[in-house]
Design a protein around this ligand. Structure first.
Ligand code: ADP
Ligand code: MG
Length: 238
């Protein structure tokens, strides 16, 4: 949950009084023009970016500024980026076991067992021993999702997870995300994939120039956007 969140980069006011509630098990899609502050919002939710004002609560707990509490809270927020961000010199299995072993202090055998289950679940169990560069973009992104899930996060953030992928690989990643949504994961997803929003999201947030301009159901937003700003944006991506 975000309350009156504000953020500046120097003179630039990137997040302007953002108020957003995400219920447990809810999937929120954030959509809007480039430069509107969507990535900054995601990064501020797990404090990759500090905010200047306001409050962010995860599971009822206020996000601390630093220290051990922050590391623990951050571990509760899984993040998947546009660029897959896997460790290039580690195998897919190692990529997935690293976090749980280091941060959650899980033993190696258990971490590997969980990792294999997750890799099977995202459909790349047979790739576990390979290095990221040996996988397709879609497989790498699914590995990144498995890696985030291995930390047993309370919330998953996805920042344009399919926009760096070749078109034929978009579906395999969206299918994994749709399954996750239907299994009850709380998710914040920055994407322009309307099919995903309609299938999986309860809420669409349209963000522009650092502000939440509209908040509605996917159906309402895509068929009957209220503001000219949103209508204009939709006319460009449809
Ligand atoms: P979006 O993800 O919606 O495209 P961003 O959150 O990436 O938007 O960016 C919002 C604004 O903040 C843009 O004007 C961008 O140039 C600026 N910005 C983002 N990151 C930084 C940074 N680290 N330093 C300065 N300006 C930044
Ligand atoms: Mg962005």
């Amino acid at each position: 949950m975000l309350e009156n969140v504000n953020k500046h980069f120097g003179e630039l006011h990137v997040l302007k009084d953002i108020n957003l509630t995400i219920d447990q098990g809810e999937v929120v899609v954030i959509i809007g023009p480039s430069g509107g502050g969507k990535s900054t919002l995601c990064r501020s939710i797990n404090r990759l970016e500090p905010i200047d004002g306001g409050t962010i609560l995860i599971d009822g707990k206020k996000l601390p500024q630093e220290g051990r509490d922050l590391a623990r809270l951050r571990a509760d927020v899984g993040m998947v980026f546009q660029s897959f961000n896997l460790f290039a010199h580690k195998t897919i299995l190692e990529n997935v076991t690293l976090g749980p072993m280091k941060v959650r202090k899980v033993g190696k055998a258990e971490a590997e067992q969980t990792a294999m289950q997750l890799l099977e679940r995202v459909g790349i169990g047979t790739q576990a021993g390979k290095y990221p560069a040996q996988l397709s973009g879609g497989q790498q992104q699914r590995a990144a999702i498995a890696r985030a899930l291995a930390m047993k996060p309370k919330v998953m953030l996805f920042d344009e997870p399919t926009s760096a992928l070749d078109p034929e690989m978009v579906k395999e990643v969206l299918d994994v995300m749709t399954d996750l949504a239907h299994e009850g994961m709380t998710m914040i997803v920055v994407t322009h994939e309307m099919g995903f929003a309609r299938r999986a999201a309860q809420k669409v947030v349209f963000m522009a120039e650092g502000q939440i301009v509209e908040e509605s159901t996917p159906e309402e937003f895509f068929t009957n956007a209220r503001t000219d700003r949103a209508k204009d944006f939709l006319s460009k991506i449809l």
